[in-house]
Design a protein around this ligand. Structure first.
Ligand code: AHM
Ligand code: MG
Length: 385
């Protein structure tokens, strides 16, 4: 058996860290067997890169930079509940430093971690109106990064999960620096996407188009360790997720669809259980692990719904498709929608293929009025509020 030295060193750190009070020692053979079972995100990304002999390592390094940013954000989110105890007042902490809102902090960390590396040509964040250019005194790179720094951030106050969503496009514009054109590409051109969920544990899930892989942060050693290799949406769905409180705004097709999910309309199958956390990341992550559908439909008053195409729907659509599911706006694949604006909103039905296809069927049958109202937004003829 080949000795996997970095993993062995990591394992020794873990054993020392976890059991240093009771002095447990592993013999060399056991240590090597265990070392082979531990895969850090860095090793995983590098191993995947080796399958592409022409890869330059740039994408690998961007993913690693994002993982590092995620650790910094996770450190702050886990301390968010302590702010009052530690004496933050009037936006200042006990040290007299200005306190930042966590979503602004997360936005800064990701931008600062990536603006000087020479790997990106531009960034776009849900927190900014326009693209974030790479400062002129830094080199410009070959990828454009889009991100929602802290999705579901209203959950901070109630100690519920939140997440960071990110995606990467290749630079397509001609000039040296990145432009809006590089950022505003359809989802079917994505080269990578992922999310980090800050929950009971911090998890990072990513795809580069070769399946979906999940890593759990071991806070003791500060490493993301492979915990969910090759994630697949289970065939048999368990949950549906929607904000049922907005039922009175739903279109007739969506109402009928939800009744169908509940086993009331149609062939009367077993009802799916309903779960809604109100943080997209957490709802989609749960359904990715257990099967089901998440939806944030369009309504007559806001035909495109609430969620953002470029920061939320595209990335999650790519991930869920890589895991064997699908994402739709009720008309067709999210990944095929030609984007017209950075902050474009889009209805979202995402999860098991059959469940999403059935949503599209109900919409085709009962929601022509909504389709007529929504299509001008989908085609970029009307701008989103
Ligand atoms: P945000 O980007 O401002 O955090 O909003 C997006 C969030 C999603 O995470 C979640 O699915 C949705 O808003 C919940 O909205 P609602 O409270 O209308 O159900
Ligand atoms: Mg969001």
């Amino acid at each position: 058996m080949l000795c996997n030295l970095p993993n062995l060193a990591l394992l020794c750190m873990m054993v020392n860290f976890t059991y240093n009070q009771i002095n447990i020692r592993l013999n060399e053979e056991d240590a090597m067997v265990l070392a082979h079972r531990i895969t850090t995100i860095e090793r995983h990304i590098l191993d995947k890169q080796k399958q592409f002999p022409t890869a330059t390592g740039v994408l690998t390094n961007i993913l690693y930079d994002i993982a590092l940013a995620a650790k910094i954000i996770a450190r702050e989110t886990t301390r968010a509940g302590l702010v009052n105890i530690l004496g933050a007042t009037d936006g200042h902490n006990v040290f007299g430093e200005q306190q930042q809102k966590l979503d602004v902090f997360a936005d800064d960390v990701i931008a600062k971690m990536n603006d000087h590396t020479g790997r990106l040509c531009a960034m776009a964040s849900e927190e900014h109106d326009d693209i974030i250019p790479i400062p002129l005194h830094f080199d410009s790179g070959r990828y454009a990064l889009l991100y929602d720094p802290l999705d579901g951030s209203s959950n901070i106050d109630v100690n519920m999960p939140m997440g960071t969503i990110f995606s990467l496009h290749r630079k397509i514009s001609k000039g040296e620096r990145g432009t809006l054109e590089d950022v505003l590409q359809p989802g079917n051109k994505l080269v990578a996407a992922g999310y980090i969920i800050y929950g009971p544990s911090t998890m990072m899930v990513y795809t580069t188009g070769q399946g979906v892989h999940g890593f759990t942060l071991d806070p003791g050693i500060g490493e993301f360790l492979l915990s969910h290799p090759d994630m697949r949406v289970p065939q048999k769905p368990k949950y549906y997720s929607v904000n049922q409180g907005y039922e009175k705004f739903w279109t007739p097709g969506v109402r009928r669809y939800v009744k169908w999910l509940q086993g009331i309309h149609g062939e009367g199958h077993e009802p799916l259980a309903q779960r809604y956390i109100g943080a997209l990341i957490a709802d989609v992550h749960r359904n990715l692990l257990h099967g089901g559908v998440f939806m944030y439909p369009g309504e007559m008053k806001r035909p495109s719904g609430k969620l953002r195409l470029m920061y939320e729907a595209q990335a999650l659509g790519f991930i869920v498709e890589q895991a064997g599911g699908v994402a739709s706006d009720g008309i067709g694949s999210i990944l095929d929608i030609p984007p017209s604006g950075l902050h474009q909103r889009v209805p979202l039905f995402i999860g098991n293929r059959e469940l999403v296809a059935t949503a599209e069927k109900f919409i085709r049958e009962y929601d022509q009025e909504w389709v007529d109202a929504y299509m001008p937004y989908r085609n970029g003829e009307l701008a989103h509020a």
